[in-house]
Design a protein around this ligand. Structure first.
Ligand code: PLP
Length: 406
């Protein structure tokens, strides 16, 4: 059997070695606590399940959906964008439902990239920004996100050649994995860059509803001129505890939305209409859901950050997302530190390098685990990793000095 060469282009799975070690620990009987994956642990709001049950009982929802989506959903998305972001969306041309932000972002690569062209992808970043272009036969050009720039890419550093090849640019704020919120002026700069280089800006809005300390995240589309050059991919997965539901939408530039729709009509047959109606109900009636979740995540964030500070890890408290992004101690790579944490405390954290070369030197902690287990994990980190006892052997391949996140 021969699989396609496009699969061979994917980079090696960076969690593979860590997964093997996790399995080995579990086999030894260690009670492993995973702070690795970002998947909300609390249930989907009852209003979603109730709306789904009602809609699913109606045979009118049982046939093939259209890829355009039910008018009820497009209207609810339009109302939500107006109320929440002050952004007006045309329900006929500027909104199409997506089976999750992941599906949407992947398929945008197929809709916009050809061999020889490229996507500009945040590094570190959500893996689909780089894997998607490769599977589409194109390339990803990495835009480093550095702490000293507030994790904003330096668009002036993109070479003329890369700018010419680029057809799309992926941005994501609040940002996974760094927890950064959008730096002032970045959206404006991206719009200017997109105009000058004929690039489609794709803003991944997976965490706009997940913010703390009074910070309210903007929509990219609220920046003047955004709709002429860009789209936003809005997802209910993280903010509304709906990861399993595959509820998202692409909104914004009509030409880009149309290209996505045209591609999709050849790939899938859309979102179950009962799920569409449940998504509409959550958008209309669920404003308090993310607010309640944010209280929980902010508390967990403080629990984690307090403990990290106590063990000598400098950390910036994120104003959004479900992650804490922290520097690994001097002398470690992100992989060697994650192995040490697992070895000494039975706690799984994600190596920053899994999100791109500029994630090296960091690790990511996910806040999606119940308070009691998180407290237990934090206690273990505190007792086994406090400065002094965390002197695991320096790996041979460790870079001489790792960037500090200050
Ligand atoms: C979780 C996540 C996604 C995936 O969202 P779905 O809507 O569940 O597919 C996309 N982008 C980022 C940055 C994420 O963290």
């Amino acid at each position: 059997m021969k699989s396609s060469s496009r699969l061979d282009r994917l980079p090696p799975y960076l969690f593979a070695e860590l997964s093997r070690k996790i399995d080995a620990k579990k086999a030894e009987g260690v009670d492993v606590i995973s702070l690795g994956i970002g998947d909300p642990d609390t249930p989907t709001p009852p209003l979603a399940a109730e709306a789904l049950a009602e809609a699913a009982a109606d045979p009118a929802t049982h046939q093939y959906p259209s890829n355009r989506g039910r008018p009820e959903l497009r209207e609810a998305l339009s109302r939500f964008y107006d109320r929440r972001f002050g952004v007006a969306l045309d329900t006929e041309t500027e909104i199409v439902p997506a089976l999750g932000a992941k599906e949407c972002i992947f398929n945008l690569n197929l809709a916009f990239l050809d061999p020889g062209t490229a996507a500009l992808a945040a590094d570190p970043g959500y893996p689909v920004y780089t894997g998607g272009p490769l599977l589409a036969g194109a390339e990803a050009v990495l835009m480093p996100l550095l702490p000293e720039r507030g994790f904003a890419p330096d668009l002036s550093a993109i070479s003329g050649e890369d700018a010419q090849r680029a057809r799309v640019m992926y941005l994501n704020y609040p940002n996974n994995p760094t927890g950064a919120v959008v730096p002032d002026g970045l959206f404006e700069e991206a719009i200017e860059f997109a105009r000058a280089n004929d690039v489609l800006v794709v803003h991944d809005a997976s965490y706009t509803e997940t913010t703390f300390d009074g910070y309210v995240a903007p929509s990219f589309l609220a920046t003047p001129g955004a709709k002429e050059v860009g789209v936003e991919v809005f997802s209910l997965s993280k903010g509304y505890n709906m990861t399993g539901w595959r509820t998202a939408a692409i909104v914004g530039n009509a030409e880009a939305v149309e290209a996505y729709w045209k591609l999709k009509t050849n790939i899938d047959s859309g979102m179950f209409e009962a799920v569409q109606l449940a998504q509409a109900a959550v958008l209309d009636e669920g404003d308090e859901v993310p607010r309640e979740m944010n209280t929980i995540y902010a508390r967990r964030r403080d629990l984690v950050c307090d403990a990290l500070e106590e063990i000598g890890v400098e950390v910036t408290r994120p104003k959004g997302t479900i992650y804490v992004w922290a520097p690994v101690p001097e002398g470690h790579t992100s992989a060697s530190y994650c192995e040490l944490v697992l070895e000494e405390s039975g706690v799984v954290v994600s190596p920053g390098a899994a999100y791109g070369p500029n994630g090296e030197g960091f690790f990511r902690i996910s806040l999606t685990i119940d308070d009691e287990r998180l407290a237990e994990a934090v206690e273990r980190l505190r007792s086994s990793l406090s400065s002094g006892s965390s002197g695991g052997a320096r790996p041979a391949n460790a870079p001489p000095a790792l960037r500090r996140y200050t």
